[in-house]
Design a protein around this ligand. Structure first.
Ligand code: ASP
Length: 318
């Protein structure tokens, strides 16, 4: 029998409800999630590594304008794009991340370069793009990252003066129902029993320039360790940073012996929610069990395991 393998991915969490969605848009999201799941899962089914599978799934989502990563990255307050990404290998806790990249087409590939081609874990701002350029990754002009819906979101946010994360430690009480986050991420267990996690984001609309969220911070937005789990988070990054979400889940499994599902529930609902942290995550454990918890209205999510009959794709709370 083929050893079990599994892939789970997300395309962001937040205020996502059927009332705010057109059937066409919903279909487009579903199709994009299915396509990313298929391409990552094919890597695993072919005996490929968890690392390659999560990179592949995230690449697909980065190239899709609907998601807040790569091509569809949100705008900063100044009208630019600053992208963060991280990747981690559960075999040896090798990790690589970039923050504030502005030109590289696929920040997740740059993160992998940091992991495999440098002695470092995190490269930020021009140095991140520079490394990608040196290694021949595709680079793009600003126009490539322009999408009308993200631009409109910035204009609304500027008018309302909201989402100034540099001033705010709490979610505004008059939360805009259209606010949603579209960060992407994936976790996998391969046939060899190895785990990996990857996350990529444009951050949050109207963020102050040079702001870095949880996604590229190992242990907060991204984490993988073969002994416990692989995690990729999405949500209001400042809270995920303060709750050190991904590593906390791993610690609950390692030190307290909790199952993946219990550890995720404890962190997402009992720890993150009380401090105002809205969002969710995708997770896989050493046996290939998958968890997709969130405390927001919805989360674009998908998963498939070698035990499943069919892929699972969902957007809203079930
Ligand atoms: N966590 C990301 C950040 O704060 C945003 C998101 O997940 O949508 O940068």
């Amino acid at each position: 029998m083929t050893p079990s393998f599994a892939l789970a991915l997300h395309g962001g969490a937040g205020t996502i409800s059927p009332a705010l969605m057109t059937p066409e848009k919903e279909q487009a999201y579903q199709a994009a999630l299915h396509a990313a799941l298929r391409s990552g899962y094919a890597v695993l089914a072919g005996g490929g590594s968890a690392l390659d599978a999560v990179e592949q799934a995230v690449l697909r989502l980065e190239d899709h304008p609907l998601f807040n990563a790569g091509r569809g990255a949100v705008f900063t307050h100044e009208g630019h794009h600053e992208m963060d990404a991280a990747i981690m290998d559960g075999r040896n806790r090798a990790a690589g991340a970039v923050a504030g990249a502005r030109q590289v087409q696929n920040p997740i590939r740059a993160a992998r370069l940091v992991m495999e081609q440098t002695e470092h874990v995190l490269l930020a701002w021009p140095g991140a793009d520079e490394l990608a350029r040196e290694h021949g990754l595709p680079m793009q002009p600003d126009e490539y990252f322009f999408t009308q819906h993200r631009y409109d979101q910035l204009q609304e946010a500027l008018q309302e003066g909201r989402m100034r994360l540099d001033h705010s430690q709490a979610l505004p009480t008059d939360e805009d129902p259209k606010k949603k986050m579209g960060t992407v991420g994936a976790v996998a267990r391969d046939q060899h029993g190895n785990l990996a996690a990857a996350t990529s984001t444009g951050g949050m609309t109207n963020k102050r320039y040079s702001r870095i969220g949880d996604s590229p911070i190992i242990g907060s937005g991204t984490f993988a360790d073969n002994r416990t789990c692989a995690i990729s988070c999405t949500g209001h990054g400042e809270f995920f940073l303060r709750a050190v979400v991904a590593h906390d889940i791993s610690c609950l499994m390692e030190y307290r012996g909790l199952s993946l599902v219990e550890a995720c529930r404890m962190v997402v609902h009992d720890k993150l929610a009380p401090i105002g942290g809205e969002g969710g995550l995708v997770a896989v454990d050493a046996l290939g069990n998958v968890a997709l918890p969130f405390n927001s209205e919805g989360m674009y999510r998908a998963s498939q395991t070698s035990q499943d009959a069919a892929p699972f794709v969902a957007i809203y709370k079930s």
